[in-house]
Design a protein around this ligand. Structure first.
Ligand code: FAD
Ligand code: NAI
Length: 461
C-alpha cells in the first residue's frame, strides 16, 4: 500500500483534504479509527447538535409563539426517543455522504488506528502503509476537570449531553462557552431547569464583550441562570441527585448545587494519542498542539497537520479550509487560509455570529476604528416577525474604512455573517457594503444599515 498522500483522521479537516488531493490527481488514502467517517463534527459535534437545536427550537416555538400569529395548536408533546432518532438519521445521512465521496474520488479508506513509525511510514494495526506525504488530522477531545469523572450518563461531556434519553429536571452546565450555551439551550427548551457555572466574570470569552453581555441578558430572559466567577471543584454522585461543590474562581467557601445531570463543557484539547509523534520527533507546542509552519508542515519533512490538532480556532470550516490549502500546497499549488476572515457562529436562538476582530482586540492593539451598529428593533422584517432581539455591529478602520470585524446577534446571524466575510476576503470597506443593494424586506438590511452607521448615516434610525 503506497500513496502520494495519506491523511490520518476523517473529520472535516481530513476528509476535505483527501478529496481536494484526489481532485488534484494525488493517489490518496485516509485512515480512520472510529466505526464511521466524519470525525467529531459529523458524529458527535456540529451535526447532531444542530439537529437537536433545530428540533427543540420548533418545539418551543409551537409551544409559545404560534398563538399570537393566529395559529391554534394544542400543547406540543415531546417524544424524545423520536427526536433522538431524527438526530441520528441526520448523522447517518451525513456520514454516508462522506463514504460516498471517498468512493467517488477513488480515495482508499483504511479502517484502523494509524501510528507514524517514520517519515513516509504508518502502521495501521500491524499493516504498513507508505506515503510520500502524511497529513495528521486527528482532531480534538473533551477537556476533563481534575477529580471529576465523566460517566456520560449523569456527568456528561457534549457527547453524553447529545444522547440523553430523559429530560433532566435540573441541568448544571460547567462552562459558558459555545457547547454549554448551545446544549444548555436544547435541554432548557425541552423542559430542564438550566444553570451555568462559568469560571470567568463573563460568558463566551473571546467574543465581543457587548455581544456577550446582551446575549447573556437574552438567555436569562429565556430562563437560563448564570453563576459567573465560579468553578466546580467536585461532584458527589453517590445519591439520587448529583451534588456539585461550587467555589468562587479565586477559591473560598464552597456552596453545594444539586442537579440531575452535570454537563462539563470547559473546552477541548488536541488529540494525538497513539500517533507515535514523540518517537518520530514531531514537535508539539506548550498546549499539546502539533507545531506547524505557515505551510502546515511540521518540523519533520513530509509530515503535515491541520484542523483541531493545530493552532487556531477549533472549528469545522477552519479545518476544511486548511485541508484544501495543504492538499494544494502538496500538489505544488498556492494553497492559503485567511485567518482574519474565519466566521464563528453559535446556533442558539437568536444566533450569535462574528468574524474578524472584536472591539476589545482592536483597542488592545491600538487600532483606530469606527463602529456602526444597527438594532433589529429598527428592521422591518424583524419587526413584523417579532424577532427584534439583537443587533449588527460593524467595525471598520478609521482611516481606510476597511472592515476589521463584524458581530451579529439575531435570527439567521450565522447566514448573514457570510456577506461580511466575503467583503473582508476582498478587503472591502464599510462603504462597499453600504452601497450594495440589499433585498427588502430582509434581516440582511440590518447589515447594510450597520455599514451606513459606520459613517453615521443609517436611514431607518
Ligand atoms: P475531528 O472531527 O475531531 O476528527 C478527527 C478524526 O481523527 C476522528 O474521526 C478520529 O477518530 C480520527 N483519529 C484520531 N486519531 C486517529 C488515529 N491515530 N488513527 C486513525 N484515526 C484517528 N464546529 C463548527 O464549525 N460548527 C459547529 O456547529 C460545531 N459544533 C460542535 C458541537 C460539538 C458538541 C462539538 C464537540 C464540536 C463542535 N464543533 C463545531 C467543532 C468541530 O466538531 C471541530 O472543530 C471539527 O470536528 C474538527 O475537525 P478535525 O477534522 O480537525 O477533527
Ligand atoms: P469553550 O472554550 O468555548 O468554552 C469553555 C468555557 O468554560 C469558557 O468560558 C471557560 O472560561 C470555561 N471554563 C474553563 N474551565 C472552567 C472551570 N473549571 N469552571 C467553570 N468554567 C470553566 O469550550 P466548549 O464550549 O467546551 O467548546 C469547545 C470548542 O468546540 C469550542 O471552542 C469551539 O471551537 C467548538 N464548538 C463550536 C461550536 C460552533 O461553532 N457552533 C459548537 C460547539 C463547539
Amino acid at each position: 500500500m503506497s500513496y502520494d498522500l495519506v491523511v490520518i483522521g476523517t473529520g472535516p479537516a481530513g476528509y476535505v483534504c483527501a478529496i481536494r488531493a484526489a481532485q488534484l490527481g494525488l493517489k490518496t488514502a485516509v485512515i480512520e479509527k472510529d466505526k464511521t467517517f466524519g470525525g467529531t463534527c459529523l458524529n458527535v459535534g456540529c451535526i447532531p447538535s444542530k439537529a437537536l437545536l433545530h428540533a427543540s427550537h420548533l418545539f418551543e416555538e409551537a409551544g409559545h409563539d404560534f398563538e399570537g400569529m393566529g395559529i391554534g395548536v394544542s400543547k406540543p408533546k415531546l417524544d424524545l426517543k423520536q427526536m433522538q432518532a431524527f438526530k441520528q438519521e441526520g448523522v447517518d445521512g451525513n456520514v454516508k455522504g462522506v463514504d460516498f465521496l471517498f468512493k467517488k474520488n477513488k480515495i482508499d479508506a483504511i479502517k484502523g488506528t494509524g501510528k507514524i513509525t517514520g517519515p513516509g511510514k504508518i502502521d495501521v494495526d500491524g499493516k504498513t502503509v507508505e506515503a510520500k506525504h502524511i497529513v495528521i488530522a486527528t482532531g480534538s477531545d473533551v477537556t476533563r476537570l481534575k477529580g471529576i469523572e465523566i460517566d456520560e450518563k449523569r456527568v456528561v461531556s457534549s457527547t453524553g449531553a447529545l444522547a440523553l434519553d430523559k429530560v433532566p429536571g435540573k441541568l448544571l452546565v460547567v462552562g459558558a462557552g459555545v457547547i454549554g450555551l448551545e446544549l444548555g439551550s436544547v435541554w432548557r427548551r425541552l423542559g430542564a431547569e438550566v444553570q451555568v457555572v462559568e469560571f470567568l466574570d463573563r460568558i463566551l470569552p473571546g467574543m465581543d464583550g457587548e455581544v456577550a453581555r446582551q446575549f447573556q441578558r437574552i438567555l436569562e430572559k429565556q430562563g437560563v441562570s448564570f453563576k459567573l466567577g465560579s468553578k466546580v471543584t467536585a461532584i458527589d454522585s453517590k445519591g439520587k441527585t448529583l451534588k456539585a461543590s461550587v467555589e468562587p474562581a479565586a477559591g473560598g467557601k464552597a456552596e453545594m448545587i444539586e442537579a440531575d445531570v452535570v454537563l462539563v463543557a470547559v473546552g477541548r484539547v488536541p488529540y494525538t494519542q497513539g500517533l507515535g509523534l514523540k518517537e518520530v520527533g514531531v514537535e508539539m507546542d506548550e498546549r499539546g498542539r502539533v507545531k506547524i509552519d505557515d505551510h502546515f508542515q511540521t518540523n519533520v519533512k513530509g509530515i503535515f497537520a491541520i484542523g483541531d490538532v493545530v493552532r487556531g480556532a477549533m472549528l469545522a470550516h477552519k479545518g476544511e479550509d486548511e485541508g484544501v490549502a495543504v492538499a494544494e500546497l502538496i500538489a505544488g499549488k498556492a494553497g492559503h487560509v485567511n485567518y482574519d476572515a474565519i466566521p464563528n457562529v453559535i446556533y442558539t436562538y437568536p444566533e450569535v455570529a462574528s468574524v474578524g476582530k472584536t472591539e476589545e482586540e482592536l483597542k488592545q492593539a491600538g487600532v483606530a476604528y469606527r463602529a456602526g451598529k444597527f438594532p433589529f428593533t429598527a428592521n422591518g422584517r424583524a419587526k413584523v416577525n417579532k424577532t427584534t432581539d439583537g443587533f449588527v455591529k460593524i467595525l471598520a478602520d478609521e482611516k481606510t474604512d476597511r472592515i476589521l470585524g463584524a458581530h451579529i446577534i439575531g435570527p439567521d446571524a450565522g447566514t448573514m455573517i457570510s456577506e461580511i466575510t466575503v467583503a473582508m476576503e476582498f478587503s472591502g470597506s464599510a462603504e462597499d457594503v453600504a452601497r450594495t443593494c440589499h433585498p427588502h424586506p430582509t434581516l440582511s438590511e440590518a447589515v447594510k444599515e450597520a455599514a451606513l452607521a459606520v459613517d453615521k448615516r443609517p436611514i431607518h434610525m
